[in-house]
Design a protein around this ligand. Structure first.
Ligand SMILES: Nc1ncnc2c1ncn2[C@@H]1O[C@H](COP(=O)(O)OP(=O)(O)O)[C@@H](O)[C@H]1O
Ligand SMILES: [Mg+2]
Length: 367
């Protein structure tokens, strides 16, 4: 740390004798340092602008200015060194003033033998503060990078899903449909009853496979979003009702919600995950979905009256569903609130400020 290298110290002092005394005092201590004396304000300003110092020692009263004028110049620099007042008596008021303005410490010249200690402490505090600031800025930087990465991963996932859906549609879907037509044709043109019955059951299985591939495509890439967010959410709710037998009501502020395609997709995925969670964990009697774009904010609330979230479950390492929703919301400048009480149900609320009165997405650019 500071003790294993020579410290570069600027000494603002008009008395050469006092400067010599200070140099001697420091030389006798364990601190290795070199002092540079300066006694005019313009010189002090020039040196602090061009050189870097580990610390500044300053007499209070100098010809035509005080240490506070010097401090005012240094204090505005983002990375200024600690500034220690080393002065004859200046009066308590001035000393208090100086400390209030952010000067590191204050030492009377009569107490000069304490200087090494005072200086070492000021340097330690300064280093600790710098380390803290560095840690805070490193953390901010790493959070920013993580947010960028999340955004990138989310959009890659959506692109990947869209391309898988396209392949299922073009290759598997197309082939299945063609085979079903051929099988139906064979059944119609055969006179053998056995052949007819096999063709019919094959056509039925093919119909089943076509249905399955359509369902998989829907989940991978919701084409329903092209009909607007309201229709897509209603479609999700209807599917949920059908599979779970739990009534799900959808209320919307208007027939169509105007939000950009990325916001619509985030809202859609949020509703999808919230409904999946409800069917997996909540055991509710009813589910309510509220969708609105009032006051320039898109809000989607999915609430149930089920058994609520056990707080311990939110912290479980693999709870990526809800955590992913928080991250997703952030990628479009929004946020997610989850309120839940044991036994009293859960509300998941997505809020996204709608920056411009954006037009509804053109068909096909929802993803
Ligand atoms: N609507 C809900 N009702 C009750 N518990 C819930 C609900 N939603 C989430 N949870 C609880 O919160 C946990 C975290 O949810 P999530 O992150 O989606 O993870 P996962 O669904 O994969 O378990 C779940 O494991 C569950 O215990
Ligand atoms: Mg989940």
């Amino acid at each position: 740390m500071t003790s294993d290298r020579t410290l570069n110290i600027l000494h603002l002092e008009d008395s050469a004798a006092d400067h010599e005394l200070t140099v001697l005092t420091l030389r006798r201590s364990r601190l290795r340092c070199q002092l540079h004396r300066v006694d005019s304000l313009p010189d002090f300003q020039r040196l602090t602008d061009t050189e870097t110092y580990d610390a500044i020692l300053a007499d209070y009263r100098l010809p035509g200015f005080t240490a506070l004028d010097a401090w005012a110049h240094v204090a505005q620099k983002p990375q200024h060194p600690p500034f220690v007042l080393l002065s004859g008596a200046v009066g308590e008021a001035a000393a208090v003033d100086a400390i209030r303005l952010g000067i590191a410490d204050y030492l009377l010249k009569d107490d000069l033998p304490r200087l090494p200690h005072v200086l070492a402490r000021a340097l330690e505090i300064h280093e600790a503060r710098q380390a803290r600031e560095q840690a805070v800025s490193d953390l901010q930087e790493s959070e920013r990078r993580l947010a960028d990465l999340t955004e990138h991963l989310q959009s890659s996932i959506e692109q990947e899903r869209a391309s898988i859906a396209r392949e299922i549609h073009d290759d598997i879907g197309g082939a299945l449909t063609a085979v079903r037509f051929d099988v139906a044709w064979m059944g119609r043109h055969s006179t053998d009853p056995d052949m007819q019955s096999h063709a019919a059951s094959a056509a039925e299985m093919l119909q089943h496979a076509i249905g399955a591939s359509q369902r998989i495509m829907m989940n991978l890439r919701p084409p329903i979003l092209e009909q607007g967010l309201v229709a897509a959410i209603q479609w999700l709710a209807a599917g949920f009702e059908r599979r779970s037998g739990i009534p799900a009501q959808v209320a919307t502020s208007s027939e169509s919600i105007h939000a950009g395609p990325d916001v619509q997709l985030v809202a859609y995925r949020t509703a999808q995950e919230a409904l999946t969670n409800i069917s997996k964990h909540a055991h509710p009697r009813t589910v309510h979905i509220d969708l609105s774009d009032r006051e320039g904010v898109l809000t989607l609330e999915v609430s149930d009256d089920g058994n609520g979230i056990d707080p311990a479950m939110l912290a479980k390492p693999k709870a990526f569903g809800l955590r992913g929703l928080h991250e997703r919301a952030r990628t479009v400048g929004g946020w997610l609130d989850i309120s839940s009480r044991p036994g009293q149900g859960t509300s998941v609320i997505l809020s996204v400020p709608l920056t411009s009165p954006s037009s509804p997405p053109a068909p096909g650019d929802a993803l």
